[in-house]
Design a protein around this ligand. Structure first.
Ligand code: HPA
Length: 275
């Protein structure tokens, strides 16, 4: 299992801080599939490619550019991850979550996580946005396994309020103002890269999941550990496997993510302004 020392996180932070001068990001935003364009809306951008930062992996997922964009968005100082790392790319969960801790060391205390996911809840439909109220991870290594780094948080991390109640209320009130339906539900992590089997989707439903996806949970866990306020928003790009009598395709996911991109970014912008 790959683990990192506190000094390694500090070194990566130093490399980024040198590029930023006195700019301090207040909010870290991780953009999922189809949302990469939001990084291009950042004003006065400072680009830091992941390959320039020690211990960072490179992105292989489609539409994931593999760089930070620092600057302002809706009047807030932000760090945008234009592309994230996934366990299914072969990265260990400690590598996937490494950037979260590095940005935390810059003084950033809020995190917006976005993703595309399969819809498990039979009452919802493709294109709906879902506020993540909680998550389930039963498989794969947890990102906090290995020696604890007390500078980030305690050995046994409370997970009662991973997704900030305050930010959930904010998102719900913004969605109402924008007259945009916003579901609220439980996101269940699957390691991928294969989509789930219909039996896994039925199991997820029994367990209380509303959506299934391959990201977000590792990052949210590490963020909870180091005391960040997390807002998680999902676009439901497809009915999960077995719900409809047809196979899933990556193209369907990409297309639905693109179609929902405008309302998705509208909601994120509205939240950001008041976070
Ligand atoms: N399962 C897992 N991840 C996903 C899905 C899905 O159905 N759709 C988009 N990301």
């Amino acid at each position: 299992m790959k683990t990192f020392t506190y000094d390694e996180y500090l070194l990566s932070k130093k490399v980024i801080a040198r590029r930023l001068g006195d700019f301090v990001p207040e909010v870290l935003i991780t953009l999922g599939s189809g949302l990469g364009f939001m990084a291009d809306e950042v004003e006065n951008p400072i680009y830091v490619p992941y390959e320039e930062i020690p211990n960072f992996g490179t992105c292989t997922a489609p539409d994931h550019k593999g760089r930070f964009v620092f600057g302002t968005l809706c009047g807030k100082n932000v760090a945008v991850m234009q592309g994230r790392l996934h366990c299914y790319e072969g990265y260990e969960v400690q590598e996937v979550t490494y950037p979260i801790r590095v940005i935390r060391l810059l003084g950033t205390s809020k995190l917006i996580l976005t993703n595309a996911a399969g819809c498990v809840n039979m009452n919802w439909k493709v294109g709906d946005l879902m506020l993540i109220g909680d998550h389930i991870r039963l498989f794969g290594h947890g990102p906090l396994q290995g020696a604890n780094i007390p500078e980030f948080g305690p050995r046994f991390c409370d997970m009662s309020y991973v997704y900030s109640p305050r930010l959930q209320e904010l998102a719900e009130s913004k969605a109402r103002k924008l007259d945009m339906p916003l579901r609220k539900g439980v996101y269940m992590f699957f390691p991928g890269p294969n989509y789930e089997t219909p039996a896994e989707v039925r199991a997820a439903r029994v367990l209380g999941a509303d959506a299934v996806g391959m990201s977000t949970v590792p990052e949210a866990t590490v963020a909870a550990h180091c005391g960040m306020e997390v807002l998680g928003i999902t676009v439901l790009t497809n009915m999960a496997a077995g719900v409809l009598p047809q196979p899933l395709s990556g193209d369907e996911v990409t297309k639905a993510a693109a179609e929902a991109a405008e309302k998705f970014s509208g909601l994120i912008r509205a939240c950001l302004a008041e976070m």
